[in-house]
Design a protein around this ligand. Structure first.
Ligand SMILES: Cc1cc2nc3c(=O)[nH]c(=O)nc-3n(C[C@H](O)[C@H](O)[C@H](O)COP(=O)(O)OP(=O)(O)OC[C@H]3O[C@@H](n4cnc5c(N)ncnc54)[C@H](O)[C@@H]3O)c2cc1C
Length: 297
């Protein structure tokens, strides 16, 4: 399937290995699918009440099926928000906490539930105010990259140039336009080159970083850009890193005011406006009498 979208369309999580416009399908006036009436009310087991299980259960319910959700631990899974006792609404996110704007399907549900978002205070972003970088006893305070010593800008520029060596611009353009044949052609060229090679290998052999000192690579690993240091990712395959940066997952991230666990909990309680087979007001909670079933063994 090829979607024609303008060259200026935003980057979304529509990747070389996920070329499905799930966000468009979610918006479709006819819904995700229709099932024959004979299937309505059929029970479907959903194992796990994390965000994946609850989204699946919510959408299956809208189609007229009867999801039966099993959860071994706590609803929300790795989206878990813990209020501090006496903390006046302060929340600790114990799992996922920052969500890129490119995650349009995720935000479909955030907006459906009427939740508020705020820019995540990533290093050197306006939301952070000031960032402190402490490297081997040298401390820098900065509001933006420009306020740091030139070394940091050299590292940031080298990262952009290194990505350009991989054809990053063309790949992102194909993603913006959801041009699957073009995306596949570009990606297929990279797979044999990078499938078995690490992120560090990529950095070390890139022309951009080769021109600079070892210290530049070290600083890139320790400080990184966007969400923070990259060195814990150095042993990963370069293709995995490329997926993250291509789809904008490391930039323009937001938090959910009041805690992200409201997304899974909200889907559990939400009565969809458009629903097949079930009476108006039906929710996952009402179909389950309020509680998920116990863990599956
Ligand atoms: C510390 C941390 C930080 C993270 N930061 C981010 C971030 O900033 N941004 C981001 O996008 N992502 C982040 N993630 C990843 C994100 O939280 C997960 O990718 C996402 O929540 C996974 O959702 P899921 O539904 O696929 O799985 P899970 O949330 O793991 O849900 C699976 C559910 O299945 C249940 N289960 C397992 N076995 C059984 C069984 N036998 N029977 C019944 N139930 C069972 C589990 O108890 C769990 O509730 C982070 C994760 C962690 C842990």
């Amino acid at each position: 399937m090829t979607h024609t979208r303008p060259a200026t369309a935003p980057v979304t999580i529509f990747g070389p290995d996920f070329p499905f416009a799930f966000d468009d399908w979610l918006k479709h006036p006819q819904g995700l699918a229709t099932l024959p009436a004979s299937a309505h009310g059929t029970e479907v087991a959903v194992v796990g009440a994390g965000i994946a299980g609850l989204v699946a259960a919510y959408e299956l319910m809208k189609l007229g099926l009867k999801p039966v959700v099993y959860e071994a631990s706590r609803m929300g899974g790795r989206l878990r928000s813990q209020p501090f006792e006496g903390g006046q609404g302060v929340i600790a996110e114990l799992g996922g906490m920052r969500f890129p704007a490119s995650g349009t399907a995720f935000y479909h549900y955030v907006h459906l539930l009427g939740l508020q978002t705020q820019p995540f205070p990533n290093p050197l972003t306006p939301a952070a105010g000031s960032t402190v970088i402490d490297l081997e006893g040298q401390t820098h305070y900065a509001r933006s990259l420009a306020e740091l010593p030139p070394l940091f800008t050299e590292v940031a520029d080298a990262w952009s140039e290194a990505l350009a060596e991989l054809g990053f611009g063309d790949l992102q353009q194909a993603l913006r336009q959801r041009d699957v044949p073009r995306l596949k052609a570009l990606w297929d060229r990279l797979v044999p080159l990078w499938d078995d090679r690490t992120f560090y290998d990529f950095i070390a052999q890139s022309q951009a970083f080769s021109k600079l000192s070892f210290r530049h690579r070290e600083v890139f690993g320790q400080v990184g850009f966007g969400t923070g240091g990259w060195d814990s990712d150095f042993p990963n395959t370069m293709l995995e890193i490329l997926r993250v940066v291509l789809t904008g997952c490391d930039e323009d991230q937001h938090l959910i005011v009041g805690g992200v666990q409201q997304v899974p909990l909200g889907l559990w309680a939400h009565a969809p406006r458009q629903i097949t087979h079930w009476p108006a007001g039906t929710s996952l909670a009402s179909l389950h009498g309020g509680a998920t079933r116990a863990g599956v063994t």
